[in-house]
Design a protein around this ligand. Structure first.
Ligand code: NAD
Length: 424
């Protein structure tokens, strides 16, 4: 038996959190020692410096990363994050979670993630385009439609994916839409991709509420984060009949017991860029939002916001993890012990995004495009199957729902690695 000899390359609280989750799941399914470290640690990473010419003629060098956690089950897949607090450790943890997620929902993908240390709101549109193109230029030899396929994440969007696709296509000399997903529809994006993550979160929430016999008409929802995932989750849940009583972004949180007018909030954000000073609801803090009495709490921003400080104070019935890694391991223990909150774990809850990214990639590779109805019907079919498999695993082994989801995802990756064998 041997143990991995690892550096401090990914050292961070969030990477340690992902590793502890892995260890617990590996113990629960008695994963053989010989396959553990190979399954756990990222396969490879690339760190790049990105000089960008600013509008005033000066040059700023940004730092960016791409981590490919697993390539045993197919090309690696995962978003690119533009955020001022990105670290290699965070990108490593997010890549690891992508592996378990893709495997859990049965996609032929490994996990990856990318990131750049930047606050995109401080760049002009031209500077953002230069940075996005420069990042892709540096990635050209590391990624590819059959190696690693990026997508949007926090701070990136369709437009950025379009610039990246154009940069890669110019480099290889022909159009290569399958290099990224989450692109504009005009250049090979999929119908339904923009709303896919939120639509998937809302669909799973609806299914779990039905299991709990809670009618949607009596459901109140608080959502942290009003970007792509938070706003689309809000819209989809409101369409199902739920009342959205609180929303937030990094500038503040807003509460309205009668229900937030989402059309007004979306219009406000379109013009103001952020929710700051939104006048359609009462201002509260992001901490207060998490502790509001509501049926469903949806963290849809960053990692590690539900902690041992607030887990005992949550007053929701369902905790739907639209964000990746929003709940620390210590908070998980508290929630488990409380037993009164149904947790929909991130690897299941937000998997709608990568599922429709997979559909986009398939459409690009075959040059045959699907309707929105086809996309959503296929998405919900995969989510139904994934939910059933998690619920069955939970029941069979008396696991928490997170442990059930992680053990399924991890086991399939380990099986693929074992089946492929190891270069001597
Ligand atoms: P986004 O950049 O579109 O939105 C992020 C939102 O979070 C913004 O409203 C931002 O203001 C808010 N935010 C940031 N810091 C905050 C804080 N401290 N308190 C409150 N709000 C804060 O990003 P997104 O694509 O919506 O991603 C959100 C989460 O969902 C991330 O964890 C991401 O990894 C995960 N996710 C995204 C996708 C996708 O398809 N985009 C898929 C799966 C999972």
């Amino acid at each position: 038996m041997s143990k991995a000899i690892v550096s401090t390359l990914y050292d961070s609280d969030v990477f340690k959190m992902a590793c502890r989750q892995f260890d617990k799941a590996a113990d629960a399914i008695s994963l053989p020692e010989a396959i553990r470290d190979r399954t756990k640690y990222p396969r490879r990473c690339l760190a790049v410096s990105l000089p960008v010419k600013r509008d005033d003629g000066s040059v700023t060098v940004f730092e960016g990363y791409r981590v490919q956690h697993n390539l045993s089950t197919g090309p690696a897949k995962g978003g690119i994050r533009f955020h001022e607090h990105v670290t290699l450790g965070e990108v490593g943890a997010l890549a690891m979670w992508m592996s378990w997620k893709c495997s859990l929902v049965g996609l032929p993908y490994g996990g990856a993630k990318g990131g750049v240390i930047v606050d995109p709101s401080k760049l002009s549109e031209t500077e953002l385009e230069h940075l996005s193109r420069r990042y892709m230029q540096e990635m050209v030899n590391f990624i590819g439609p059959h190696t690693d396929v990026p997508a949007p994440d926090v701070g990136t969007n369709e437009k950025i994916m379009g610039w990246m696709m154009d940069t890669y296509s110019n480099h290889v000399g022909h159009i290569s839409p399958a290099i990224v997903t989450g692109k504009p529809i005009a250049i090979g994006g999929s119908q339904g991709r923009r709303e896919a993550t939120g639509a998937g979160v809302a669909y799973l929430v609806k299914k779990y509420l039905a299991d709990m016999k809670i009618p949607l008409s009596k459901t109140t929802v608080a959502i942290q984060g009003f970007g792509n995932v938070g706003s689309e989750t809000a819209l989809a849940l409101a369409n199902y009949g739920a009342k959205i009583i609180a929303i937030s972004d990094y500038t503040g949180a807003f509460y309205n017991a009668k229900g937030i007018d989402l059309a007004r909030a979306l219009k406000y954000v379109r013009y103001q860029k952020v929710l700051r000073d939104f006048d359609g609801a009462e201002p509260i803090t992001n901490e207060q939002l998490l502790e509001l009495k509501c049926t469903v709490l949806v963290p849809a921003a960053l990692e590690r916001v539900i902690t041992d400080k607030n887990a005992a104070k949550l007053k929701c019935r369902v905790l739907a993890e639209a964000a990746n890694g929003p709940t620390t391991n210590a908070a998980d223990k508290i929630i488990d012990a409380r037993g009164d909150i149904e947790l929909i774990p991130d690897v299941l809850c937000n998997s709608g995004g990568v599922i429709v990214s997979y559909f986009e990639w398939l459409q690009n590779l075959s040059n045959f495009y699907w309707s929105r109805d086809e996309v959503l019907t296929k998405l919900f079919g995969i989510l139904d199957k994934a939910k059933d498999s998690v619920d069955a695993q939970q029941k069979k082994f008396q696991f928490s729902r997170r442990l059930a989801a992680l053990t399924l995802g991890i086991q399939r990756v380990a099986d693929a690695k074992a089946a492929r064998g190891l270069f001597p």
